[in-house]
Structures are given as structure tokens and as C-alpha cells.
Design a binder for this molecule. Sequence first.
Ligand SMILES: Cc1ncc(COP(=O)(O)O)c(C=O)c1O
Length: 425
Amino acid sequence: MTRHDRPTVPRGFSTRAIKASTAAPRVDQQPNSVPIYQAVTFSSEDAEELGAISTGQRPGYSYARLANPTGDALAAAMAELEDAEAGAVFSSGMAAIHAALLSVLEAGDRVVATRAIYGSTRTLLTERFGRLGIDVAFVDATNPAAVDAALAARPTRVLYVETISNPTIVVADLAILAGLAQRNGALLIVDNTFASPVLCQPLALGADLVIESLTKYVGGHSDTLGGSVCGSRERIALVKAVEVDTGATLAPFAAFLVLRGIATLDVRMARHAQTSRALAEWLEAQPGVARVYHPDLPSHPQHAVAARQFPHASGMLAFELAGGRAAGGAFIDALTIPERTASLGSIHTIVAHPPTTTHRQLSDAELAEAGIGAGLLRCSVGLEDLDDLVADFAQALEAARAAAAAAAGPAGSAPAADSLAVGAG
Ligand SMILES: Cc1ncc(COP(=O)(O)O)c(C=O)c1O
């Protein structure tokens, strides 16, 4: 009981209603899930305690932008999964990326980043940080000599890469990149979103900070945004300071949803891997599918790196239809199970065709320059039954063949029929 609980004079209805409806019970027994601490303010016994908590001189809670118990439980869980000393969680993956970069960059600094990078991260670096006098160079992160040359060209503060990235499920060799960063005096920051901590712990391979968009595999259910940054205690203290001053704090209910996702992350990732691999192998055997990109396939350019770095694949694959833009658009329109939307790493299978959606303004030549074929589809394989996905993809491939043939025009100007033929099997 605190001194506030002992009224000495009768109180009015409103005062009693406020006190009565916000009196949180003290619970001695340990709850078996993390409660949603839906509170912005936490009261202290006296001014001395509040002052010490607010300035970080002693642990505790005062104001939820600074810290909230549900968010702290998630930050501790992420640190555990990433094999890190400490973690911080954010309102989205982009907020986490922003805080990680802002915690280390100063005006005049230089960043070398992978060319295969998430679009908003690219514009955060070029537009937002670019305006503040930070120089950014993009490089093919699968080419160690090119990365070394880019890092050596000028003093560089950060090497920024994604463990697995678009558009063709590119896999970065993190141990090699960590060695190059260290040799050139740069910090290695890794976005591990496509892999999740189940497949890869970048800190153990030499990264300085690891970021996850918790919106994807870790949350896993397409029902909350979130982000995390993990690393050493000293580095996370700087990241956390950015969070406090910019306010991209994760809401307690969102933290609860991500914690719930973490409990099943390992088994979900195993199922994502199993289904995506089987679907990739099936797709590779279909006529009209020009190319399939999945790290488990020996044809994948970084197959050996993935086999060494990951215990198994994620749910991500990409494939190129021979029929180009028309075939790709028809394919996603014909699907009945996968959702036509953005995002990845969900219970739902999500198929994207950048040339008719996010990149529709680009010509085929411009797409090729960005490494995107006109018939390229990206697929985040969900947790649905494999047989149902195969049947749905088979009928969508038929629709793709018909659309490609129609777009090719009258016989004679059309490509050879068997180069477009897609089987239903
Ligand atoms: C690799 C990667 N990193 C970061 C993000 C950003 O995450 P969020 O949407 O949670 O901000 C995304 C979003 O798609 C992503 O694909």
C-alpha cells in the first residue's frame, strides 16, 4: 500500500472512479505469458525514486516512451535469440534501421551498402541521411573484391548488408564481409529479416549490430509491425538513446503479439523451409519457368554460402516466367490462395510481381538494370498445405501461358510455343 491509497478526507465520484479503475493488482505468482502493460505512466514512491528512474540511475519505469515492461521483455527475448548482450525494440523495422544507423553516423561519414537492399532502406540512406551530409555507395555484396575496394576507396563508417535480400534471394557471406569491414575500420550492420534468428546469428559471424523487421518472420502473422536492434551493451545504449529522443517506441500490445510469434518461430521456419524447397523443386521442373531462385537449389548463385551459413532455407523464393511481364501479371491475378499484397514472412503465402506492381513505371530495360526480369515473381511461402499451393500455382501457370501467347500476337511473331508452354503437373 502506498500513501496515495490512504485517503484522509472523503473524495468525489470522479476521483474515486479514476483511482478505482486504475488500481493495478499486485500479482505474486508468475504469469505464464508476458502481460500487456498498457500504461504510459508508472508511479514512484517519492521524487527521489522518480528522478533516479527517469535519469537511468536505477532500473524501473516512469514513462512508456523511455521503457515499458512488455517491450523490455521482447527486447530481452530478441537479445537471447540473437546471442547478444542487449536489444532494443521499435515500432517498425524501418524505425529500427533508422536508430541503428543514427546511433553511429555523423555528418561527413560514409556508408557502403549492398546493392540488393530493401527499397525504403535505400531511400533512408540516400534521401534522408544523404541530406545530412552522409555519403552512400552501393556495391555487389556477393563480390568480396568489390566490397573491399569500395571500403578501401575512402574512410567508411558502416558496411550495411542484408543476410538474404531481393530480388533473387541473394545470400551475403557474413563472415567474409565482417572480416572486410574490420580490416577497413568499418562497423558491420546486418538486416537479418529474411533469415530470422533461426537461420542466422550475424553477431556470432562478426557483425556489430543486427536488425530484424519483427513484422516479418519473428511476428509471423501479418498482424503487427515491429523492429529490433541487438548488439553489445554499449552499442545498444546508443541505439536506445535514439529511440527515446525520436519516439519510435513499440506499443505494448504489438510487443505482446511479437512475443507470441517467437514461441512458434522455430517450428514455423522449419515448415516454411520444407514447403518453399518442395515448391521451388516443383517449379524448376515446369516448362515456361525460365529460372528458380531458392538457396537449397544447386543452381542458386550462393548455394554454397547458404549451405555453410544456414541450417535450412527460409520461405523465400523467386522465379522468372519465360513469358515476361504479361505472364507475371496473369500469374498473380490467377492465384486463389496466395495474397496479392506486400510483405513477407507470414502464415500467408504472398506472391509479388514487381514489374506490374511496385516497379510498373520502369521499362524492361530499366528493370533489367535493377536486376529484375520482366517475368520475375517473388514468393514468400506461408504455412498452407504444399499440395494446395502446387495445384494453385499449376493453374496460375496455365493462365500465364495464355496471357503470354495473347501478348505475343499472331502466330509467326510469337515466341516458339514450347518456350512458353507451362505444364499443369
Ligand atoms: C529486408 C527488410 N528490412 C526492413 C523492412 C522494413 O520493415 P517494416 O515494414 O517493419 O518497417 C522490410 C519490409 O519489407 C524488409 O523487407
